[in-house]
Design a binder for this molecule. Structure first.
Ligand code: GLA
Length: 532
């Protein structure tokens, strides 16, 4: 009874956000079998990894899932009931889940939205044929979550796209429904479709993969970060962009490991360790247990950092931590290039005024205080992950198109969809394209902040096109229709200025065009001309 009470108190303590009383679910943390072992897993191996996780105290800093990936499948019997691999898991998975639970951890399992698993295709694991959830949704959900007691499932898509050509939203919705109907509690789902699947995913999964599988090399780390740079609008409490399992202690150089872990933390990705924990060196452990970095990942605001500057080859990313619009922010200077990169960051673009304290969270040491500008030179393949505390939080004046939430955006590449795309001459080098054409295809900035409210001049930078229209909606009741976006000779980016009224606090601005294409949008700026 005492134990249960303590458990309840701890849970309430760690998960309730006192001001709103809303439950907060951070990105999951733990260990997963795939990166090191692929389908070659077994009962003893999983138990030893769980033991090692506890032995190294990784559970104490938040790593509390042990996830069994592909490779446990045996066969379906005449009734269609799934059995585990007779050699790898002769005693089934129920006892493994129990063992994991007995260590105070949570247990994760794997399946496919279609009939066949990815391991059956890529690792010649013939037991994966017919082992996916397709046609067995209720049966497998009963087995995995009720009989065996798993808490989490990663649902892959090999069998669903290669053989069955299913439709993602419909398929994952069917599976979510089956799991919810069968399991007597909430089961956390990871959607593994290897690309941002669409905004529907947040109603189904706690996270969704945004890229092809991670590999233990720099090219892969850089590629996955690039896939996530403009997806911050889709992450939030309980639903996160999954940058895939960690490749720490798998052959990357030390600075590359720092970029990898630091950016996964700042971008609020799930943190699933992918190496052999029984032989992990102290240096990797130290990085994985860096609580100042982990705090960025598990921060109660649940935000993902977004790009505020892209100059030379470098990127600057920022997000609020601890308190929205507070004086404390997390910042990354990221150099993905193969040469040295100079960063010159006006603190104004970080919305920071006065003297600003700077702490390097990778090295866990304070750096000199700055005012006005932040200047650093970073070597190839490196990042500085900083916590910065300003004297004053400034009102933002600039909003990039690539920060906007696009309800119809996905990265599946099936249709010509609204998207974030590179654009020469655009601020940050990016724009939104294929906006408009229907009332639903809009871009939304839902935190356009005004300290006191008032009349502002809003200057919209766009890419000129013939015969386009743009509707700008400020909060619910303001709608302005702009016309004539025809290009002037040699003009790459044009601008138009309108007056808008902002309320004190956060405002919602939408841009789109209900009946024809809108011009591609680069960014907008705000200048206050009158108080309320
Ligand atoms: C896919 C996934 C991987 C892993 C394998 C298992 O490739 O993206 O993360 O789960 O399948 O076969």
């Amino acid at each position: 009874m005492k134990k249960i009470l303590l458990f309840l108190i701890l849970n309430i303590f760690s998960y309730s956000i006192s001001a709103t009383n809303k439950v907060f679910n951070p990105p999951i943390m733990g260990w997963s079998s795939w990166n090191t072992y692929r389908v070659n897993i077994n009962e003893d191996l999983i138990k030893r990894q769980a033991d090692a996780l506890v032995h190294h105290g990784l559970n104490k800093v938040g790593y509390n899932y042990i996830n069994i990936d592909d490779g446990f499948f045996g066969y379906r019997d005449k009734k269609g009931t799934m059995h585990t691999h007779p050699q790898r898991f002769p005693n089934g998975l129920k006892n493994i889940a129990q063992y994991i639970h007995s260590l105070g951890l949570k247990a994760g399992i794997y399946s496919d939205a279609g009939s066949n698993t990815c391991g059956s295709l890529w690792d010649n694991d013939i037991n994966g044929v017919g082992s996916g959830l397709y046609g067995h949704e209720y049966q497998d959900a009963t087995l995995y979550f009720n009989d065996w007691g798993f808490d989490f499932i990663k649902i892959d898509y090999c069998g669903a796209c290669q053989e069955l050509n299913l439709e993602e939203e419909k398929r994952y919705t069917e599976i979510r429904r089956a799991i919810d109907q069968v399991a007597g509690r909430h089961v956390s789902i990871n959607i593994c479709r290897w690309a941002f699947p669409g905004t529907w995913a947040k109603n189904i999964g706690a996270s969704w993969r945004i890229s092809a599988d991670i590999k233990p090399n720099w090219k892969s780390i850089k590629y996955i970060i690039s896939k996530n740079l403009y997806l911050s609008a889709y992450a939030g409490n309980g639903h996160y962009n999954d940058m895939d399992m960690l490749e720490i202690n798998r052959g990357l150089k030390p600075e590359e490991e720092e970029v990898h872990f630091g950016m996964w933390c700042l971008m609020s990705s799930p943190l699933l360790i992918g190496c052999d924990l029984t032989s992990i060196p102290d240096t990797s452990l130290k990085l994985l247990k860096n609580q100042e970095l982990i705090a960025l990942n598990q921060d109660p605001l649940g935000l993902q950092a977004y790009v505020v500057q892209h100059e030379n080859e470098g990127y600057v990313l920022v997000k609020d931590i601890e308190q929205e619009r507070g004086k404390m922010r997390a910042v990354a200077l990221y150099n993905p290039s193969d040469t040295t990169c100079n960063f010159n960051v006006p603190l104004k673009i970080l919305e920071m005024g006065g003297k600003v304290k700077v702490r390097d969270l990778i090295k866990q040491k304070d750096l000199p205080t700055v005012r006005g500008n932040l200047q650093y030179q970073l070597p190839a393949h490196s990042a500085l992950i900083l916590r910065m505390e300003a004297e004053e939080r400034l009102e933002p004046e600039h909003y990039e198109a690539e920060w906007a939430y696009l309800p119809l955006f996905n990265d599946l590449g099936k249709h010509r969809n609204v998207l974030y795309a590179p654009q020469e001459g655009a601020s940050g080098g990016m724009k939104i394209g294929y906006l408009g054409g229907s009332a639903e295809n809009y871009a939304e900035w839902n935190k356009v902040y005004s300290e006191k409210g008032g009349i502002y001049e809003m200057t919209i930078q766009y890419i000129p096109h013939k015969d386009r229209k743009l509707e700008v909606i400020v909060n619910r009741d303001k709608s302005i229709l702009l016309k004539n976006f025809n290009p002037k000779k040699d003009e790459k980016i044009s601008s138009i200025t309108i007056q808008i009224r902002l309320q004190p606090g956060n405002n919602v601005i939408r841009m789109g065009s209900s009946y024809c294409w809108a011009p591609d949008i680069d960014c907008f700026t705000l200048e206050k001309i009158e108080s309320r």
